[in-house]
Design a protein around this ligand. Structure first.
Ligand SMILES: [Zn+2]
Length: 130
């Protein structure tokens, strides 16, 4: 089941603690609502996409997941997380580059003035039903 297309902006978190748990609970509720609305009774795998520049840490998501799905229809559902690479564009020379790989400056002209094109995504990519 491709493209639920539900963006989550979890980047305005107040403090680190339990930030991810709240996000995962929200994801689980969204998936449950989606499944019920589409007559899906069991979900084999849930696939999330997390941008490399996001403040959401995939390991924390994984760690929170068992607690978040406890007692829900997702309790036996596997979680898969895909990382999306970051991309920035230089405002001086229009070069596009991966900010994580070039220490936050443009590899062509050296400018530190660039805007983020991609990398802060947090998406439910798909759910795989039985
Ligand atoms: Zn540049």
């Amino acid at each position: 089941m491709e493209g639920i297309g539900q963006p989550f902006l979890g980047d305005h978190g107040r403090g680190r603690k339990m930030h991810e748990l709240g996000i995962v609970i929200k994801v689980v509720k969204t998936v449950e609502a989606f499944a019920k609305g589409n007559g899906v009774e069991k979900i084999d795998t849930l696939v999330l996409q997390i941008g490399a520049m996001s403040s959401i840490v995939p390991q924390y998501i994984q760690a929170c997941y068992p607690a978040a799905v406890e007692g829900t229809m997702l309790k036996d559902t596997k979680l898969k997380i895909e990382r999306l690479p970051g991309a920035g564009q230089c405002t001086q020379c229009d070069e596009t580059f991966n900010p994580l790989e070039s220490s936050n400056h443009c590899p062509r002209c050296g400018s530190r003035d660039w805007r983020l094109l991609r990398g802060k995504e947090f998406m439910i990519k798909e759910i795989v039903a039985y």
